[in-house]
Design a protein around this ligand. Structure first.
Ligand SMILES: Cc1cc2nc3c(=O)[nH]c(=O)nc-3n(C[C@H](O)[C@H](O)[C@H](O)COP(=O)(O)OP(=O)(O)OC[C@H]3O[C@@H](n4cnc5c(N)ncnc54)[C@H](O)[C@@H]3O)c2cc1C
Length: 405
């Protein structure tokens, strides 16, 4: 197998790619493979999902079932596919990431998130999941089961998640508006007011004299003003000056949740990207100080940066969620695709964020091990050892995280 991740900055070393079309076929492949992983939509930026053998879930039946406030479907579906299947049923998910082309299995494995003070990450919508463990057994875990909170953000380390049940709610529309030029003084002086000014709020910046833009996504009546920022009079891309053709509609025009909560349109499927991403999460109470610390190193960041995004997420109970029991603020970096230069900048970013015990996004590029920042990591390692007795899902990335655990 010769392939890279979506960004093209990681080449898989796996020698085989399986595409089972039935659960029994999948179980036999997993049970026979010495070392194996699922490959989702390949949107991670590291070797987190690599192994000797990979399994794509693309040929498994999607079987979308909507009942009792939940939707159940094959974990290999992308959020775009799920959204299309949910629309005729009149239901929606609570949130989405910046683009809907990411697989559900891969997203929940790494606690992928959108934004919103009161919105948990995408893994928090999971009500149950079905897992094929390394001996080929099928394990079903539901919210309330002892292992459930440890298994949802599973890093791909526990088994193959074949089906997922998520909470759904009545279909809703969202209006998106963009404000430009919010000053740092206004953002840092009124941080809570800015991030709570809509259902989902994203602040885009290149760490210059002011922030670039604030994207507000509202489910109700939008508020009229945002401190000293000006309403944009034209459509925008998250990177100021880039053609907005791929960006979801703005200027307050109402549209379906799945076509406003992501920044990028559902009908435009980017097959690869000239970028690398990193993201760090700090406790809400540290956000202003952490942003100030990053502004101090703006000169080290800017030369390799395309854009940064500041977002918020609500606390949850999932052991390896970066938002475990704490409301968090994420500072995201879309870098140019120059790994060595990005790693030099990351060393500065991680040093600046060191006082804040910043947790990196599991799916993005980071340098220092976050093991000490996860109080439930030992419990997770024990769960992984129990579900994956023969270590078939362990890979180099996981060895570095778990070490001798
Ligand atoms: C353009 C772009 C935009 C992004 N936007 C956001 C964003 O807005 N918010 C955010 O938080 N992140 C974002 N990300 C990061 C992305 O959501 C995560 O990296 C996510 O894990 C990618 O999912 P995937 O299916 O592509 O995973 P892959 O890279 O294919 O796999 C990720 C991990 O999940 C495991 N895995 C995948 N499927 C399964 C399964 N069914 N069972 C068990 N394990 C599985 C893999 O083994 C691997 O360990 C973005 C990435 C890109 C490239």
């Amino acid at each position: 197998m010769e392939a890279t991740n979506w960004a093209g900055n990681y080449a898989y070393r796996a020698s085989r790619l399986h595409r089972p079309s039935t659960l029994d076929e999948l179980r036999a492949i997993v049970a026979a493979a010495p070392h194996v992983r699922v490959v989702g939509s390949r949107h991670c930026f590291t070797g987190i999902g690599d192994s000797h053998e990979l399994i794509s879930l693309a040929a498994l039946p999607p079987d979308v079932v909507v009942e009792d406030g939940t939707a159940t479907f094959g974990a290999g579906l992308t959020y775009a596919e799920v959204a299309r299947a949910l629309e005729p049923e009149g239901v929606a998910l609570h949130n989405l990431a910046s683009l809907p082309h990411i697989s559900v299995g891969g997203s929940i494995a790494t606690a992928t998130h959108g934004s919103g003070d009161r919105n948990g990450n995408l893994a928090t919508a999971v009500a149950a999941l079905e897992l094929v463990t390394s001996d080929g057994d099928v394990v079903r875990l539901a919210r309330g089961d002892a292992d459930f909170d440890g298994a949802v953000v599973g890093l791909g380390a526990l088994g193959v998640v074949t089906r997922v049940t998520v909470d759904v709610e009545p279909f809703y529309d969202v209006r998106q508006r963009v404000f430009e030029g919010l000053s740092w003084e206004a953002l840092l002086g009124h941080f809570d007011a800015v991030t709570s000014s809509a259902y989902s709020v994203s602040v885009f910046t290149r760490w210059g004299d002011a922030t670039d833009m604030v994207w507000l996504k509202d489910r109700g009546e939008p508020a009229g003003e945002l401190f000293d920022a000006r309403p944009a009079t034209v459509e925008r891309h998250p990177i100021m000056g880039v053609d907005p053709i791929r960006a979801t509609a703005q200027q307050g025009v109402a549209g379906p949740w799945y076509d406003r909560l992501p920044h990028f349109k559902i009908e435009f499927t980017p097959s690869n990207g000239e970028e690398i991403q990193s993201e760090y999460f700090v406790a809400r109470g540290d956000a202003v100080a952490a942003i100030r610390a990053l502004r101090e190193i703006g000169d080290a960041i800017r030369p390799v940066l395309q854009v940064s995004e500041i977002r918020t997420m609500a606390a949850d109970e999932l052991w390896l969620s970066p938002q475990y029991r704490q409301d968090m603020v994420g500072v995201h970096f879309t870098w140019i695709r120059d790994q060595a230069a990005v790693e030099r900048a990351l060393a500065e970013v991680e040093a600046a964020l060191e006082p804040f015990a910043a947790r990196p996004h599991w799916g993005k590029l980071f340098l220092a091990s976050p093991a000490a920042l996860y109080e439930r990591l030992d419990d997770f390692a024990a769960l992984a050892a129990r579900l994956d007795l023969r270590g078939a899902f362990r890979n180099d990335w996981l060895e570095r995280l778990l070490g001798s655990r």
